[in-house]
Design a protein around this ligand. Structure first.
Ligand SMILES: *[C@@H]1O[C@H](CO)[C@@H](O)[C@H](O)[C@H]1NC(C)=O
Ligand SMILES: *[C@@H]1O[C@H](CO)[C@@H](O)[C@H](O)[C@H]1NC(C)=O
Ligand SMILES: *[C@@H]1O[C@H](CO)[C@@H](O)[C@H](O)[C@H]1NC(C)=O
Ligand SMILES: *[C@@H]1O[C@H](CO)[C@@H](O)[C@H](O)[C@H]1NC(C)=O
Ligand SMILES: *[C@@H]1O[C@H](CO)[C@@H](O)[C@H](O)[C@H]1NC(C)=O
Length: 383
């Protein structure tokens, strides 16, 4: 009886040893493949940016008639810039319907249109919105996080910031994937001279480890020598390194004495994480970057009650005021839908989980804090 049992367990031991070896080697083989894949993506993205950087360069902006005309426009208060190509038009329509209900918001907006379709649509549907047309063939396509085109659009954004600062123009940079419950311009962040730049922040509340990390969707820059240096360095890094622009901003804000960076409190701007919190203290601006894909994003917003454009293209103002009062009531419905969250969203969650874990490590976490975000693209598992 004991012999076969002994033999059996010996066989089992060998089998499991083999199995664990196989698993061990397969695991590292897969990691190796991922690293190769990542390096290849990184090289491709950097090459893409290099090949197309001339069309988004500081020189080309400063030398253009479009930019000269922009400077001649009359802005009593600092303008807010939004970038879009034709693939963001539906989202932009939705956003413009939303903000049309807030007095004085549209007067501050400048839409940077990257293709002719986007320019025409904005001009015809929203004739009073200012447009800065900057046709950029390398951006004539939908793009997603960590790709070359994505990096190129942020290089354009940084160079536009730099061109404005050099002309002494303070400005907001904003994104249209945001719901405005109230008008952020009413808070007059431009008049507080205790900082040179103010950014929305990541994380989910004042106890979050990602607090005071630049989120990058809505920020104000005061034009001065310090912010000029900040954006000169940002543009240089974006042109040569595979790193997200917010990663560089976080690093520079955390490790430089100047410019002085400040952060917009969570009761004014908050990411989509607010919907999954207890929904108290509704923010003025709720960023709705809950899905990565433009098409499904609007459908997802529809499910949460944040889609305001009627099938005939008109704005549904009842839906807008209902969304506002649901936020104020803390009754935004977020039943986790039958569809699983997107792959991109899962990655973000995993990424934030790892990040918070690393930041939580005593001493080392504090040391890593300014650098971790720089590795943002590398850590993302894009298969
Ligand atoms: C935008 O919306 C229109 C009308 O609802 C739809 O036909 C079109 O496919 C949408 N475009 C994109 C890029 O999602
Ligand atoms: C100006 O900004 C600083 C930093 O965010 C803040 O502590 C201060 O309360 C603000 N001052 C006013 C008058 O809003
Ligand atoms: C900003 O830089 C310019 C040119 O380098 C210089 O003339 C000016 O004095 C500087 N201003 C301040 C406030 O440092
Ligand atoms: C946000 O919260 C702070 C601190 O509780 C408060 O001082 C400030 O007035 C609030 N801001 C808004 C816009 O509600
Ligand atoms: C907000 O809450 C009040 C009281 O709980 C309720 O009467 C009202 O219908 C709610 N409004 C919305 C839009 O949910």
């Amino acid at each position: 009886m004991s012999k076969p049992a002994g033999l059996q367990s010996l066989l089992a031991l060998i089998f499991f040893n083999r199995l664990s070896l196989v698993i061990f080697y397969s695991f590292w083989f897969l990691i190796g493949l991922l690293v190769l894949r990542k390096s290849q993506n990184a090289l491709e993205a950097v090459r893409y940016v290099k090949a197309h950087s001339a069309s988004v360069s500081l020189d080309s902006l400063e030398g253009s008639t479009e930019f000269r005309q922009l400077l001649e426009e009359d802005f009593p208060r600092p303008p807010a810039f939004f970038l879009l190509n034709q693939y963001a038009l539906n989202m932009t329509d939705n956003f413009l319907c939303n903000t049309a209900t807030l007095a004085g918001a549209h007067e501050r907006f400048v839409f940077v249109t990257l293709d002719e379709v986007a320019r025409k649509r904005i001009r015809s549907r929203w004739p009073r919105i200012r447009v800065f047309h900057w046709p950029t063939p390398s951006l004539y396509k939908p793009f997603s996080f960590a790709e070359g085109a994505y990096q190129t659009i942020y290089l354009l954004r940084s160079n536009l910031a730099l061109a404005l600062i050099k002309k002494g123009k303070s400005f907001w940079m904003m994104q249209q994937d945001t719901f405005w419950r109230k008008n952020i311009f009413d808070l007059n962040y431009e008049d507080n001279m205790s900082y040179d730049a103010i950014f929305d922040q990541l994380g989910n509340g004042d106890n979050s480890l990602r607090k005071e990390w630049v989120n990058g969707a809505n920020w104000f820059i005061r034009a001065n020598n310090e912010t000029q240096f900040f954006f000169e360095k940002l543009s240089e890094k974006l042109a040569h390194w595979y790193t997200p622009d917010v990663g560089v901003m976080i690093h520079q804000c955390n490790t430089w004495d100047k410019p002085t960076c400040a952060f917009i409190p969570y009761n004014v701007t908050y990411s989509w994480e607010w919907m999954f919190s207890d929904q108290s203290n509704p923010p003025y601006l709720l960023q709705l970057d809950c899905e990565t894909n433009g098409g499904t994003k609007l459908m997802q917003l529809g499910r949460y009650g944040f889609h305001f454009v009627n099938p005939d293209g008109t704005c549904n103002n009842e839906k807008i005021s209902s969304a506002k009062s649901r936020m104020e009531n803390g009754t935004v419905e977020v039943q986790i839908s039958k569809n699983l969250p997107s792959w991109g969203r899962l990655q973000f969650k995993l990424y934030w989980y790892i990040t918070e874990y690393l930041l939580w490590i005593p001493v080392l976490g504090e040391y890593l804090r300014p650098y971790l975000a720089l590795a943002g693209f590398i850590l993302m598992i894009t298969i």
